[in-house]
Design a protein around this ligand. Structure first.
Ligand SMILES: N[C@@H](CCC(=O)N[C@@H](CS)C(=O)NCC(=O)O)C(=O)O
Length: 198
């Protein structure tokens, strides 16, 4: 199998961390810059987005959540999203964290606008506030007290590393000290050290 991905993408990092965490061996990671619109990426994913997994049967799979669910179901033990279809609390936590990754990426896109003048103070503040609200709520959720790693914990570590990497000015530790303490330990697990963006 082939994973079209990049080091910096937090969505690709979720998939790459899951691969390392589950000890999956037969996936070739191919670095792709989505903005170069390579034929390989556009043929597999007309959205032009990474990550995109091409299975051994040639089936292109995206987005990151679908790839994670596929790998967990086919090559894992259905441990990452829970074995029970009624595990809605976990699903809700995962959706929120995935939404926070969206906010962090949109904040980055806003900051990357070439001319300062076209950056929107409204959207910048809206994405920052969503991130801070979500992390404040995280303080009260079982995501940071559960001993095992499942999809929400894995995505949260990828989110927080990305926020520190791209948005060091965002003082999230002040509003989420328990999450910060949890993160300081979890981010050193091998699956996250091996996949951390430089
Ligand atoms: N919902 C998608 C989002 C993927 C995504 O936005 N990836 C970014 C890289 S971080 C990308 O490919 N951006 C290029 C674009 O949107 O045109 C997922 O979860 O995989």
């Amino acid at each position: 199998m082939k994973l079209l991905c990049s080091q910096a993408s937090p969505y690709a990092r979720c998939v790459r961390s899951l691969i390392h965490y589950l000890g999956i061996k037969d996936i070739e990671e191919v670095t792709v810059n989505p903005f170069e619109n390579t034929a390989e990426l556009l043929d597999a994913n007309p959205l032009g987005q990474i990550p995109c997994l091409i299975t051994n049967d040639g089936i292109p799979l995206f987005d990151s959540e679908v790839i994670m669910r596929y790998l967990d179901a086919e090559l894992g033990e259905q441990q990452m999203f829970g074995a029970h279809r009624d595990n809605w609390v976990l699903q809700g936590h995962f959706s929120m964290i995935k939404g926070l990754i969206d906010s962090a990426v949109k904040l980055r896109q806003e900051q990357m606008r070439e001319e300062e003048g076209v950056r929107s103070a409204f959207w910048t503040s809206r994405f920052e506030q969503a991130l801070l609200r979500g992390l404040m709520q995280m303080e009260h959720l079982s995501v940071i007290t559960q001993a095992t790693i499942q999809a929400p914990q894995l995505a949260l570590i990828c989110l927080l590393d990305y926020v520190d990497f791209r948005h060091p000015e965002l003082d999230w530790r002040k509003v989420a000290p328990a999450t910060a303490l949890w993160f300081s330990e979890m981010r050193n697990l091998p699956a996250f050290i091996e996949t951390r963006p430089q």
